[in-house]
Write a protein that binds this ligand. Structure first.
Ligand code: CIR
Length: 254
């Protein structure tokens, strides 16, 4: 059964970590409503929603993607590059241990799930302000035992690898080529975002469908023209926290 692990928006969301965006007023009540709709779309696409209990004061805890990568065989608990986010991991581990054997990244390695893009048996790992070579190396060693190849890819000007590139259909990636070098993804078909929408590369694939922010109409057109079945969601308040659609869930077969 397709499962989506999510976590409520914390009341402290407005105190979130920010790296590339200036702080803008976040309407937390609206964020809660947008997140409710996001969960409803996940449900409508066949996901069983499993919630991680809230841990008050963890401002960024809605962004569960950064705490783990769930592979078919195991879950690897990440070690977020931002120290304020490390306490988020425990609650997610407690949930994931119901579904997978758990492995973990340890200091001095750091690794954010937002930097991990899995395409088949390849995991592209973003070398970013959050994820370092030690963290990526630990993942390579853990996942290598299960036949995954981990490729390191440098990102620039964006928070995570998945700010710059995500999978929108099997072997087809949506990319902002200004933030990540397209040559790293030679084996895949690439769709470029519309250049006027630099944040538009983050799409959440759920089997043969895609959940996508309503704020990027030009790139949305490109996806639709390629025959991709897209459902849009308004995530304006989560975007002000430098989040988008992949970061609010961990979707896997359970
Ligand atoms: C952070 O800076 O860590 C959060 N404010 C946003 C994290 C978004 N995560 C993601 O896109 N995977």
């Amino acid at each position: 059964m397709l499962t989506a692990v999510t976590r409520d928006v914390d009341a402290a969301l407005a105190s979130c970590e920010l790296t590339f965006l200036p702080r803008a007023g976040i309407d937390v009540n609206l964020a809660v409503e947008q997140h409710r709709q996001y969960r409803a779309v996940l449900s409508s696409l066949g996901c069983n929603i499993v919630d991680v209990p809230t841990a008050p004061g963890l401002a960024d805890s809605v962004f569960v993607e950064d705490t783990a990568i769930v592979l078919d065989e195991i879950a690897v608990m990440c070690l977020p590059g931002a120290a304020s986010r490390r306490p988020e991991v425990d609650g997610v581990r407690e949930v994931l241990r119901e579904y997978r054997r758990i492995e973990s990244i340890a200091l001095p390695g750091t690794l954010d799930g937002g930097d991990l893009l899995r395409v088949g048996r390849v995991i592209y790992a973003g070398l970013s302000t959050r994820s370092n070579l030690q963290g990526i190396g630990q993942l390579r060693s853990i996942a290598g035992d299960y036949g995954y190849v981990v490729e390191t890819v440098e990102t620039t000007q964006c928070l995570h690898l998945k700010s710059a590139i995500t999978e929108v259909a099997s072997g087809t990636l949506l990319i902002n080529p200004d933030w990540v070098d397209r040559s790293a993804f030679g084996a895949c078909e690439l769709i470029e975002i519309d250049p006027s929408e630099p944040h538009a590369a983050n799409a959440l694939r759920v089997e043969d469908k895609v959940i996508y922010p309503s704020s990027f109409p030009r790139t949305l057109d490109r996806l639709v023209q390629r025959g991709i079945d897209v459902t849009t969601v308004d995530v304006s308040e989560l975007q002000k926290a430098e989040g988008a659609v992949t970061c609010c869930s961990l979707v896997f077969d359970a």
